[in-house]
Ligand binder design. Structure first.
Ligand code: MIG
Length: 784
């Protein structure tokens, strides 16, 4: 496709190549990040994911070698060869990533797929070739992570996937090639080598991670530019930082969005919503959010209310608010085709809707019947959509849940030739499909930001790389299956490794009928999932925490209360993630990547660096093996200590989710509350474990953007264990009114004396710990 290199030239941070049959270029973004580009469609990048390409190329050299042109940055060597094969080495020449020099050789599928299909089997197609294809060599021990919300396991090696946002309500199983999101980014980990690849192409794309042949893996697309980023670094954390520097970080959300959320399709009419709200409080379940699914709308018309069900939505929402409930409403993209309906009329008048190839407004069917589809690729249409959010905010809505934005449609998929304006580069559905949900979320985010001045809370089902800047995501229509509980862990971990820190699954499962035991185990994972929402489908059995037996209710209460206690820790993680790109839920390999035992752990995860969660994922199971990585770990429930790098057997009856705390941890806790803001937290609880550690705790108003102007406080706790335990408390930044006191829970019992700033402090003795209260000022605690 490219032929031999004929010439090359250097311009600023780019090296341009002329090949016999095509042109290409290498762009040094920074010493670790290299872009490989050929203008097969547009002359330059046309990215929906990267809105701000920051260039810091540093100094680099270009030299002609025997069979290649060699570019050296401060950290990488890039060799460009004939046929635009590009190979990457570290600065010592150790190979990182090389293009495969031969053509693909897929394995053979014997027998006849079409016969199988007659009986109703689904048969895999023989592999196709694609307009764009980048083939990389496999050396042997590669593991692959990322790729967004794909089914299956943490390590993607040996499987192939597609990027084509898909709403298919049948059970999500491992043979699914694509779900709702397209995140064309993955991380490759080999012994002593790690790098990431971001293939920034919105057309249907393909990722074969060493399935069709053990000598290579490849990615490709149907159309668009050849445009990918090679991201080098010393460890997975570096790769994530660089990747999110390109596509954006999950921002710090309002703190109440991290509370428990109750949903169902659907809570209506008003009396039912109130009943749910009352029940939640009566049953002593902390909760911040109630969701309204499509039934609140008038005939499924977006931005309207069904007045027979919600006669005075403003009043209803403000009453709920008094009891601490924020209301999130669903908004779909499909606009009912109905003359006289304001949204439809305005959109039509201004040509905000996608059209067919003849320029007529394109119509398909969704919930409201015949519906038209906003052209979110159009700036004006996005501004209009953003302005529409005002209608919801004025009613008192606190967040918007965007569904069906793959886009889903009932009368067959949108044809390829549906037209989009695309900011003046008219194109069709093939290019826009995978970013439709992304652009809708962006418009929603911008509207909420403009009209509320708070950090917008948007949830979206469809997404592309970069959507994390605008929206939290959930994994769509799972089912109340144990298998889906199992799969939720690697799925969320890979979303996190793809930049989407703020994610979650429908706790309890969406379709099918949940059981008390399944919900009990699901809430134990939900407790550690950034988006913590119980949601279920219409016509399934009730799934609220109290819908089963007393035991299920009390387990729900236990873990939801634990979540509320851990909120300051979770909020710290989100704040941290805004700077580092690190997710909240982390596979063990993120922090222990040289430990071969953790590279494929699908059933444990880290909640930040300090808490290891090993949930039970099978019915009837009440014990499990837990692998603890390097270091010392403390069983959260029994306070027993374990050495790392070993497998421990943990008994886990139905109310126990195995949780381990890393030694030296300082975990901030809040006192119990029914919802964020119910009490003004004046006392921060510090749950402290023996050993050395350092921890930063962040505090702000929990909702506005004022923290960006310095209105936040930052505490630093430093702990050293010697003959005595020393904890230094410093206030690193003071921009927001802080706490009055710290209540210290120190997890050790053999204690004689506690001093704070040389003064004796009274302490009480518990069964596994001691407790004492000190003023929230700088100083030194000594425990002897
Ligand atoms: O296909 O709005 O994934 O969460 O409850 C049904 C009704 C459309 C799909 C979403 C689900 C939501 C449901 N929606």
């Amino acid at each position: 496709m490219f032929g031999k290199i004929k010439s090359y030239s250097i311009e600023e941070n780019k090296v341009f190549f002329v090949f016999e049959e095509n042109v290409g270029r290498i762009e040094v973004i920074n010493p670790w990040v290299i872009n490989i580009f050929s203008p097969l469609k547009y002359n330059d990048h046309y990215s929906r994911a990267i809105e701000n390409l920051e260039l810091q190329p540093g100094s680099f050299t270009v030299e002609e070698k025997n069979c290649c042109v060699e570019i050296r940055t401060e950290t990488l060597i890039v060799r460009v060869c004939d046929n635009f094969k590009v190979n990457f080495y570290d600065k010592n020449g150790t190979k990182l990533c090389e293009d495969y020099e031969f053509t693909r050789e897929p394995f053979i599928r014997r027998g006849y797929g079409n016969i199988l299909e007659e009986e109703g089997h689904k048969s895999e197609k023989n592999s196709d070739s694609h307009k764009i294809e980048i083939i990389k060599r496999l050396y042997g021990d590669e593991k692959f992570y990322g790729l967004g919300d794909k089914t299956g396991h943490l390590n993607k090696r040996g499987y192939s996937y597609e990027m084509w946002n898909t709403d298919d309500p049948s059970p999500h199983v491992e043979s699914y090639k694509s779900l709702y999101k397209s995140i064309p980014f993955f991380i490759t980990l080999r012994e002593n080598c790690v790098f990431g690849i971001f293939f920034d192409n919105t057309y249907k794309s393909y990722f074969d991670m060493g399935k069709e042949n053990e000598n290579y893996y490849y990615f490709g697309a149907d159309d668009g530019n050849l445009d990918y980023y090679f991201i080098g670094g010393n460890n997975i954390r570096d790769i994530l930082l660089s990747y999110t520097n390109l596509t954006g970080k999950t921002p710090l959300p309002q703190i109440w969005t991290l509370g428990y959320q109750q949903s169902r399709w659907g809570y209506a009419p008003e009396s039912r919503v109130k009943e749910i709200a009352e029940e939640i409080r009566k049953k002593d379940i902390p909760c911040d959010v109630i969701h309204l699914d499509i039934d609140y709308m008038d005939k499924y018309k977006v931005f309207t209310w069904d007045k027979s069900r919600f006669p005075d939505e403003k009043k209803t929402l403000s009453e709920l608010k008094q009891d601490g409930f924020k209301v999130v409403t669903i908004i779909d993209p499909g606009v009912k085709k109905e003359t006289g309906y304001e949204i439809y009329d305005r959109g039509l008048e201004n040509k905000y809707f996608a059209t067919d190839k003849d320029g007529l407004t394109y119509v398909n069917k969704v919930w409201p019947g015949d519906a038209v589809f906003p052209d979110f690729s159009q700036i004006k249409a996005r501004t209009w959509w953003a302005d529409n959010q005002k209608l919801m905010l004025e009613a008192g809505v606190a967040g918007i849940w965007n569904d069906m934005n793959e886009p889903a449609s009932f009368n067959g998929p949108l044809p390829d030739d549906v037209q989009f304006e695309n900011e003046g580069r008219n194109t069709n559905h093939r290019e826009i499909h995978n970013v439709y949900g992304h652009l809708m979320s962006k418009a929603t985010y911008e509207g909420i930001k403009k009209y509320s001045s708070k950090r917008p809370f948007v949830i979206t089902r469809a997404a592309y790389a970069g959507t994390q800047k605008y929206s939290t995501v959930w994994t769509g229509d799972n089912q109340s299956f144990w298998e889906h509980l199992r799969m939720s862990v690697p799925m969320l971990l890979n979303l996190g490794l793809s930049g989407f820190s703020f994610c979650g699954t429908d706790v309890g499962g969406f379709s099918f009928d949940c059981t008390g035991e399944l919900l009990s185990r699901w809430v134990q994972i939900g407790c550690f999932t950034p988006l913590f929402r119980n949601h279920s489908c219409a016509h399934t059995r009730d799934q609220e925490p109290w819908a089963f037996d007393e035991e299920t209710l009390s387990i729900n209460r236990k873990y939801i209360k634990l979540r509320y206690r851990l909120l300051p820790y979770l909020y710290d993680l989100m704040w941290n993630g805004e700077n580092t790109g690190l997710p909240v839920m982390r596979p063990l390999v993120l922090h222990y990547e040289h430990d071969n035992n953790v590279k494929e752990i699908n059933d444990e995860f880290l909640f930040g660096e300090n808490i290891l969660v090993a949930p039970i994922l099978e019915q009837g199971k009440n014990f499990r093996a837990v692998y603890l990585p390097e270091g010392q770990w403390i069983d959260y429930w029994t306070k027993e200590k374990y050495k790392g790098k070993q497998i421990v057997l943990k008994e886990a009856p139905i109310d126990i989710c195995p949780i381990y705390i890393k030694q030296g941890s300082i975990i901030p806790n809040y006192p119990d509350q029914n919802y964020i803001g119910e009490i003004k937290v004046k006392e921060l609880i510090l749950d402290i474990y023996e050993g050395n550690g350092i921890y930063s705790h962040y505090l702000d108003d929990g909702e506005s953007f004022n923290y960006k102007n310095g209105e936040y406080s930052l505490y630093e706790f430093k702990k050293v264990s010697n003959a005595e335990e020393v904890i230094q408390i410093r206030k690193v930044h003071t921009g927001f009114e802080g706490y009055e006191t710290f209540k210290v829970i120190f997890n050790k019992i053999a204690v004689n004396e506690v001093l704070f700033n040389d003064k004796k402090v009274e302490f009480t003795q518990g069964s596994n710990s001691i407790e004492f209260i000190i003023p929230a000022v700088e100083g030194t605690i000594i425990i002897r």
